[in-house]
Write a protein of this length. Structure first.
Length: 186
């Protein structure tokens, strides 16, 4: 009987070690193997995205720098109030006008900010800013100023124009424009 106790004890001990240590470890290894395939898939996707990024960057670098600068001026990635006012003042100075009383309108003062025209597209990162200013000029000069403002690279929409007349051929024009920029995507 002593001959059977020691081998039986070893068999029971082996089964206990198998149940307590080996089986949970084997289960964890199986789960890790499944997880490693997920990581390999993610790594493959990452390499594909890096290749796509490199292709897009190479294509971007083929564009002439002047075109990229013009595009950034047309639709900047930040609002630059001072540069916009200087740009408008430079256009006005060509016709002997000076921009006066320039004011940035806050969101609650922008009455038409929620009304979309049929040409506008809803985007999450498109932001607007309204600017009002006053110029004094003859009617013909003001029309040429508006034409130059329209042909300027910076996208602006004229929201309103009001004027007051005087005895001479000079009118005071109160102009409100809306401009756009692209905010960073989160």
């Amino acid at each position: 009987m002593n001959r059977f106790i020691f081998p039986t004890l070893l068999i029971v001990l082996s089964l206990g070690i198998l149940v307590i240590f080996v089986n949970p470890t084997y289960t964890r290894i199986g789960a890790m193997k499944g997880g490693s395939s997920d990581y390999n898939d993610a790594l493959t996707k990452s390499k594909e995205l890096q290749g796509l990024r490199e292709d897009l960057l190479n294509e971007y670098n083929t564009f002439p720098k002047t075109n990229i600068e013009r595009l950034k001026k047309m639709l900047p990635d930040h609002v630059d109030n001072v540069r916009l006012i200087i740009e408008i003042d430079n256009i006005a100075s060509q016709y002997g006008m000076t921009v006066k009383d320039a004011q940035i309108l806050s969101d609650r003062e922008q009455s038409n900010s929620n009304n979309l025209s049929i040409f506008e597209v809803r985007t999450e990162n498109k932001k607007t800013m309204s600017l009002s200013f006053t110029v004094v000029a003859p009617y013909e000069s003001f029309l040429r100023f508006l034409r130059d403002l329209e042909q300027n690279l910076r996208i602006v929409d004229i929201e309103s124009i009001s004027f007051s007349a005087s005895d001479v051929d000079l009118y005071e024009y109160d102009v409100t424009i809306k401009t756009y920029w692209l905010a960073p995507v989160n």
